[in-house]
Design a protein around this ligand. Structure first.
Ligand code: SF4
Length: 298
């Protein structure tokens, strides 16, 4: 995810969605000795793996109800744990590892979606699946999208697109909006920012746009001395413009230091400690570059 949508500590407050389906709460095997316990653990482990594979459960970081971020209207944004990228400016480095999430049943999330369906409908909102990277858990996301759509709820994912190949056509059939984080236009800069290759993101955006029935909002995080180079921004803007009518909005998100403490808390090295937020003039220059390509920019 972009993780710089606004100044809120994204993903917090952490609200447990439900009891893990499998979490070590096995019945005591009286008189069976340690061998029985080991067998029980083994069975629980394989049941969990099967449930993860089928998407019945997923690793969830947190969820929150938000308005006017992560898509239109009032939304239930669910943050999944796990991300293949290592963005230098990540606002939520605690979502990078899947093991830091909690096992939650897809049905439990869908029950909550059903509970908020009224307010979602009234405000033109819906369900947004963010992260981390939602496409790290495609079977889980597939279930959520299918379930939400069956209730008539608007759906969105917030993704870097790096794992776009894991997003099936069926998933796209059940997706109204893709919040696509294009973190750089120049492949070298993209690698410097994320540690990964740019091309899968470009391919995914093109594939979604070519379908013509899924809307795209592009997000670009503006970091001084990292992503702000005029030529780099121009490459992003040209690409986004080439996606045509599918892109209805571009959000230029100014870098800030709100996530910094989390890096320290996790004992991870944070490289942008000396980086200042972009000036008003710089933000306007970059927004102007996107506007010059006929894009609607926020
Ligand atoms: S590392 Fe992952 S979660 Fe963090 S900003 Fe990058 S894509 Fe988003």
């Amino acid at each position: 995810m972009t993780a710089l949508t606004d100044a809120r500590p994204t993903g917090a407050p952490v609200v447990p969605l439900g009891v893990p389906l499998v979490g070590g709460a096995h019945g005591r095997v009286s008189g069976a000795g340690t061998e029985g316990l080991a067998a029980d653990d083994e069975r629980a482990r394989s049941e969990r793996i099967a449930a993860v594979r089928s998407g019945e459960i997923g690793s969830v970081h947190s969820w929150e109800l938000v308005t006017a971020v992560d898509g239109p209207g009032t939304r239930m944004t669910t943050f999944l744990a796990g991300c293949p990228l290592r963005c230098l400016y990540c606002h939520n480095p605690d979502t990078m590892e899947m093991r830091r999430g909690t096992d939650v049943a897809a049905d439990e999330i869908l029950r909550r979606v059903a509970r908020y369906r009224g307010v979602m409908k009234a405000t033109g909102g819906g369900l947004t699946i963010s992260g981390g990277e939602p496409l790290m858990q495609p079977a889980f996301v597939r279930r959520l999208l299918r379930g939400a759509k069956a209730m008539g709820v608007h759906t969105a994912i917030d993704t870097s697109g790096f794992l776009g190949a894991a997003c099936t056509d069926e998933m796209l059939d059940n997706l109204d909006l893709v919040l696509l984080d294009v973190k750089s236009g120049d492949p070298d800069t993209y690698r410097r920012v994320t540690g990964r290759a740019l091309q899968p993101t470009l391919d995914f955006g093109r594939r979604v746009a070519d379908r013509g029935d899924t809307e795209i909002w592009v997000r670009f995080v503006l970091v001084p001395d990292l992503t702000d180079d005029e030529a780099n921004v121009e490459l992003v803007a040209e690409y986004v413009a080439s996606l045509g009518a599918a892109v209805t909005r571009v959000e230029v998100l100014p870098f800030h230091q709100m996530g910094r403490d989390k890096w320290d808390d996790l004992g991870m090295r944070y490289e942008l400690g000396d980086t200042e937020p972009p000036s008003v003039e710089l933000v306007e220059r970059v927004r102007g570059q996107f506007r010059a390509h006929g894009l609607t920019v926020f």
